[in-house]
Design a protein. Structure first.
Lengths: 382, 382
């Protein structure tokens, strides 16, 4: 396999983008990425999107976006794996370059979520319709069950759980693309609306419009385009049961553990080698469970460790320097690509006030459903 | 890149499968494919499906199917490119094996179309919603325009056009998995309901439930599993404008030409080397246009050539020995994989009464929308 580099990135503002259609969002991020990589033509294109059919009544996104960004003719497909669609699209782009099939590959993710009334119904299509959703449960309820069991088993308090979104909003203040770039305090979290006990509104990632793109090429060609590039050191992916009742333990996410192990093995690295990680904090409890599955903290300890400041600057590892899904926003298909964008910016020293100093290895972890799919990338500064 | 083989295939009956859900369909085809390849475990999984969100209110198909066929844990994603989703999924599986990332890859396609009332609305999400569909056009209308221009320009008669579905139904009689395994005559075509002038009901592929799967592995390992395997000699893919009004010529399908050229180049072959081809005859005119873009007939001549018997056994090339989308059925996400299944059966001498004798090279051509995407595979007998 050839080594693969990232040579350019692009993001739209995350938020309620009423004046942009799904194609406008993608094009803005794609053209920014192509400009940053100083290229005008790509060889192949991937679009991660969870549910453009239900959110925008538009399938066939690969070709639509290829056309709209001036690349008509190139092979182009959409990749879907619920909320991990973006990260999986990057994985497909990686395979495309690694195999030797194509050199310059545009990978983007996009979701236009604000144009439908019942976004929660659409998101629930990532769960098992026949066995879960028809019985009335949606994602806040599923993650609430994880939180309830974890808090009971490990003695995590409601106040400690609140420190996850508080920390992520603190990071998000320094992200100009974030949907909610402001701090929140304990009182705000604890007094926000109850969504699914014990999860309150400020434990939940928001509904977001947005897009993110990256440009990949063979590592050996990266210098032709830019001196700001990173290497994709490893990728690991795994499936898990999409039906939550098939999880063997309600506080464990087997697909995350498996994807992480595969990435560490491919990279020849360990958790202690990683300087920062972008994790899929769709709900505050998710960040805690994921941080444990990826080996950054022992089982049952991540909640308290995050509350004690071990997951921010100066701690054991910086988790979600971008602000995470909570503060940055969660346009589902775009999220996995946006995580890679953040890792690229950090590893090329372009992260501004949220820069993690001397970062050499960055990890991204993108997840679908209640742990039904996961893809982990490890990026290396060059 | 490593050479890639197909070592097993599986199909469900195509038709109105009221007693099977989308997961049942996929599992039946997948387990048949695994049984035929004599394997119990795969390393990676791809699912082609156009619109499981709108047809079955279920996204996240990669992990769902991995779980349902006993392969939980493997990397699994869904690939979407409208009606070429299945063929594109095979392309992704090919890259996965060719790159060296995984050895045993299950690729399937599935669509469960009969469970919703307005299937035509769902199919129209493969066209440009904002510029085409909102103005009232759906696919029968788009292909009717192609037919009208072609007939006017090249003098093709309505009776000659009817010979495409008549020929495909004749082939389909010998396909035990076909939705409509019976012959139709000229009178039946010309007296069937008008759908979009000049296209009548029997010019149109049907609404179909179904699934198809193949197992890929490195060519050098194929003999470990079976003596019935074929080589994927080449794959070519291209995007085109998904909005029909952006086609430069209404009788041309640029993405098909480009995908075909790429496949021929990769294979080092020419149209005259191909013994049979499965083409995407979503409407009768489509088979004619595609046969020209792939170089089997000169522009403007394929309609008459097919009417004269040049595309059946004993002619210049056998087009759609399976019965094509028209007689076999068109479960959109499954179609591209089912084409590969047919080519595998032909090239391993397992096609029964529809066997193309002495076939060495078989081609498949799978298309999205009104030519918005295309993927072409060339398979070689071993």
């Amino acid at each position: 396999m050839r080594d693969v580099a990232i040579i350019g990135v692009g993001l739209t503002q995350f938020g309620e983008n009423w004046d942009q259609s799904i194609r406008d969002l993608f094009a803005e991020a794609a053209l920014k990425a192509m400009e940053s990589a100083k290229i005008e033509k790509v060889d192949s294109l991937y679009v991660g999107s969870m549910s453009s059919g239900l959110y925008a009544y538009q399938e066939h996104l690969g070709s639509l976006m290829a056309d709209y960004v001036g690349q008509i003719g190139v092979p182009a497909v959409r990749i879907e794996s619920a909320c991990s669609s973006g990260g999986q699209a990057v994985r497909m782009g990686f395979l495309d370059v690694a195999s030797g099939m194509h050199d310059i590959v545009l990978v983007g993710g996009v979701e236009k979520m604000w144009d439908v009334e019942d976004g929660t119904f659409v998101l629930a299509t990532a769960a098992d319709q026949e066995y879960e959703v028809y019985n009335g449960v949606t994602f806040p309820g599923l993650y609430a069950m994880m939180a309830r069991v974890y808090m009971e088993r490990y003695g995590l308090t409601r106040e400690e759980l609140a420190q996850v979104p508080i920390k992520n909003h603190k990071h998000g203040v320094n992200n100009p693309y974030a949907q909610f770039p402001f701090e929140i305090d304990l009182k705000a979290v604890l007094s926000s609306s109850m969504v699914a006990d014990p999860l309150r509104l400020l434990d939940c990632s928001p509904i977001t419009d947005g897009a993110a793109c990256v440009i990949l090429c063979p590592l050996e060609r990266a210098k032709e385009f830019t001196d700001k590039f990173v290497k994709i050191r490893a990728v690991g992916s795994a499936s898990g049961p999409i039906a939550f009742h098939d999880h063997k333990d309600l506080t464990r996410l087997d697909a995350v553990k498996l994807a992480g192990e595969r990435a560490y093995k491919m990279a020849g690295l360990k958790p202690e080698d990683i300087d920062f990680v972008e994790v899929h904090d769709c709900f505050s409890i998710a960040e805690i469970l994921v941080a444990e599955e990826l080996g950054f903290f022992d089982y049952g300890t991540a909640g308290k460790a995050i509350a004690e400041g071990q997951a921010t600057y100066g701690g054991k590892i910086v988790i979600n320097p971008s602000g995470g899904l909570k503060a940055k926003g969660h346009p589902v298909g775009a999220t996995g690509v946006a995580q890679i964008v953040e890792a690229y910016l950090q590893l090329t020293g372009q992260a501004g006030k949220r820069q993690v100093s001397n970062a050499r290895f960055g990890m991204t972890q993108n997840m679908g459903g209640s742990g039904g799919s996961c893809v982990v990338h490890i990026l290396e500064a060059m």
